[in-house]
Design a protein around this ligand. Structure first.
Ligand SMILES: [Zn+2]
Length: 180
C-alpha cells in the first residue's frame, strides 16, 4: 500500500527526479478523478495504471474506492496489486469538488478511445468545470465513457480547438485534432 501525503508532491523543485515527478502526476490525476467523480460509490476511472511489469504497461485502470473529506482518498488498480492512500487532498489545486450547486441538462454518455481520454487529460487550459468532466471519465470495455451535457461538450470542444491551434508540438497537435 502506497501511503502518500499530497503536500509532499506540490510545488516540486526543478531538480526533482523523473520517477518522483511521474508519481506526483499520477497522484494529482487520482485526486482530480476522485474529486470529479461520484464520491458516494466505488468506481473505475479511465486513468491508466502507472506500473510497467516486465516493461509492458499494466492494462489496469485506477479504481477510486473512497473520497470523503477528512480521510485519505483510497485507490487501487483494477488488474495488478498497486494501491494507495492520499492524504491532505482537500482544497489542494487538484480538488475538483463542486463549490456550488448547478442545474445540469440531459447528460450524454459518449464512448471515446483511451487515446482521446489521455489527450483530454493533457489539456493545459481547462477551467474547473471542464477538468471535472475530463477526470470523471470512466473506464469502459471499449475505451472510456465521457458523460457530459450538450453545453459541457460545446465548452470542452472549444478548449480542445483552442489548444490544438496553439500547440507547437506536432504530435500533440495531432492527438488534439483526433480528440476534436
Ligand atoms: Zn496495475
Amino acid at each position: 500500500m502506497l501511503v502518500t501525503d499530497l503536500n509532499h508532491f506540490l510545488d516540486l523543485p526543478a531538480d526533482t527526479a523523473g520517477a518522483v515527478r511521474r508519481l506526483a502526476e499520477h497522484l494529482s490525476n487520482v485526486v482530480r478523478s476522485a474529486t470529479a467523480g461520484d464520491a458516494g460509490t466505488t468506481w473505475e476511472s479511465a486513468l491508466p495504471c502507472r506500473r510497467r511489469p516486465a516493461n509492458r504497461r499494466c492494462r489496469g485502470r485506477i479504481i477510486v474506492l473512497q473520497t470523503d473529506p477528512g480521510v485519505p482518498i483510497r485507490w487501487q488498480c483494477s488488474v495488478c496489486d498497486d494501491e494507495g492512500m492520499i492524504s491532505n487532498w482537500e482544497d489542494s489545486p487538484f480538488d475538483l469538488r463542486r463549490r456550488r450547486l448547478t442545474l445540469a441538462g440531459a447528460v450524454n454518455e459518449i464512448v471515446i478511445p483511451d487515446e482521446v481520454a489521455a489527450a483530454l487529460r493533457e489539456l493545459q487550459l481547462l477551467d474547473t468545470d471542464c477538468q471535472r468532466l475530463v477526470f470523471a471519465i470512466r473506464a469502459h470495455t471499449h475505451g472510456a465513457i465521457l458523460a457530459a451535457t450538450d453545453d459541457d461538450l460545446d465548452e470542452l470542444i472549444g478548449f480542445v480547438a483552442a489548444e490544438a491551434n496553439h500547440e507547437p508540438n506536432r504530435r500533440r497537435q495531432q492527438r488534439l485534432d483526433a480528440a476534436f
